[in-house]
Design a protein around this ligand. Structure first.
Ligand code: EPZ
Length: 417
């Protein structure tokens, strides 16, 4: 998918099934390397980031095949035939999650430093602090991080920032360390809890995921494989909710865990969007004038940074002044210039974006700078007058399964090339 063309003006109506969570799947695929037996993983989103991670694991000797559109059969490698190639690892920042499992299971790891991406420099100091705390020796040479560990020993580790990836890497490594590990000030995202549940399904002993402190009793090996279903993608769900609100539509989302999107539901309700929760469905409707709101992105359970761009697109046409503060990444306002080319009125001061609602956006050529900015441009295009062409649309395919089919089933006028 290189380009998406959307003719704006239709209200989204109908039902959409939410796929499995990209960020839970990527961590769980890494964790599968720790297991000694076959795993069946269900509710896996068929997106390009997942396909890259599958290729990396195959490269290392793992056997992975799709049993159906959303189910994987995984036979972890008993030994590592090759360390992940630079070519593959460079495609996927989340390949940094291979560090913990490779060190814990095989005592050796080498991955290309994933490097920065468009939303920030993405350091790994907290990953290294935690893994070194467990006894791994890590060196950075020529853009690669090389690690070795004769054996890992449990430790007490404090995270200066509740980093999602660092929490995941340390949790996975500690699962096979000798003795107990306590990790403090951890990330509490639902994907952390899903990873802990997956590890425990393999026989690990991880307690406290979802709270500020995770305790892990290391075990000698993870011999039971088994079957596991990934949680729904709260960011995909949030993206469709915001698209429904922006087009003043009426959309029923199926297969969501509303508790995982509480912060977004609260903010949409503040903006006068009607959100009704019923079991594993959420209905989003707009019956009255939307109100401007203020948002600060924070670690979970605060407002998710991965929904910031999408909310910005919605707020461009909400009468009044809205303020967005991005507290997680230092460069996540690149979409602003593209929205201004569509007629939005946005001023950026450091980590703050001030949005003055305009009566309408107009379609034009725009380009995605990252996955969530691309999703936000889709929302802007749905509400703009005329045709919008979104270039670099491959970013969107990284994290949204069949987004063009899902949107056109809701009535969007969308073409992909
Ligand atoms: C995960 O990235 C997600 N990716 C991101 O989603 C998400 O935006 C982010 O968590 C925050 O929720 C995956 O799960 C694959 P962090 P991650 O470590 O783990 C700083 C998407 O669109 N930090 O929590 O890389 C870092 O600079 C993607 O799906 C350090 O300082 O995020 C950032 O400011 C984008 N040192 C903050 O923490 C470290 O060692 C949050 O990063 C690590 C991170």
């Amino acid at each position: 998918m290189k380009t998406i063309q959307i003719t704006g003006g239709t209200r989204l109506r109908g039902r959409v099934k939410i796929s499995g969570a990209k960020n839970a799947t990527l961590a769980i695929l890494s964790a599968a390397l720790l297991a000694n037996d076959k795993i069946i993983l269900e509710n896996v989103p068929d997106i390009s980031d997942v396909r890259v991670m599958i290729d990396i694991i195959r490269e290392m000797g793992g056997e992975i095949s799709w049993l159906d559109e959303e189910c994987l059969s995984i036979k972890p490698p008993s030994k590592i035939s090759n360390l992940p190639s630079y070519r593959e690892v460079k495609k996927l920042r989340a390949s940094n999650l291979l560090l913990g499992p490779l060190l814990a299971k095989f005592g050796i790891a080498q991955i290309a430093l994933p490097g920065g991406c468009n939303i920030g420099i993405r350091p790994m100091d907290l990953h290294f602090k935690g893994l070194a705390g467990l006894g791994a020796e890590l060196v950075i040479e020529r853009g690669c991080v090389k690690g070795q560990a004769k054996s890992l020993r449990g430790a007490r580790i404090y995270l200066d920032f509740p980093s999602v990836g660092a929490t995941e890497n340390i949790m996975m490594a500690a699962s096979l360390a000798k003795g107990s590990t306590v990790i403090e000030n951890v990330a509490k995202e639902p994907e952390i809890v899903d990873l802990a549940n997956f590890l425990n399904s393999l026989g690990a002993k991880v307690r406290g995921a979802g709270t500020d402190v995770i305790k892990i009793e290391g075990v000698d090996s993870l011999d039971q494989g088994g079957r596991y279903a990934v949680i729904p993608d709260r960011i995909e769900a949030g993206t469709f909710m915001v698209a429904a609100a922006a087009t003043r539509g009426d959309v029923l989302l199926e297969g969501v865990i509303s508790q995982h999107i509480e912060p977004l539901i609260a903010k949409l309700r503040e903006a006068n969007v009607e959100v009704t929760e019923e079991g594993d469905t959420l209905r989003v409707k707009v019956n009255q004038e939307l109100r401007p709101i203020d948002i600060k992105t924070m670690p979970y359970p605060g407002f998710p940074t991965d929904m910031q761009s999408q909310m910005m697109a919605l707020l461009t046409i909400v009468p009044g002044t809205s303020v967005l503060v991005e507290n997680i990444f230092e460069n996540r306002f690149q979409i602003v210039d593209e929205l201004k080319r569509m007629g939005a009125n946005i001023k950026v001061e450091g980590r703050m974006a001030v949005i003055e609602g305009v009566s309408s956006l107009h379609g034009t050529q725009v380009k995605a700078s990252d996955l969530r900015a691309g999703a936000a441009l889709i929302i802007a295009a749905l509400i703009a007058e005329g045709v919008t062409e979104i270039n670099n649309a491959f970013y969107i395919a990284r994290g949204y399964q069949k987004i063009e089919q899902k949107l056109s089933s809701l009535g969007a006028n969308i073409r992909v090339s």
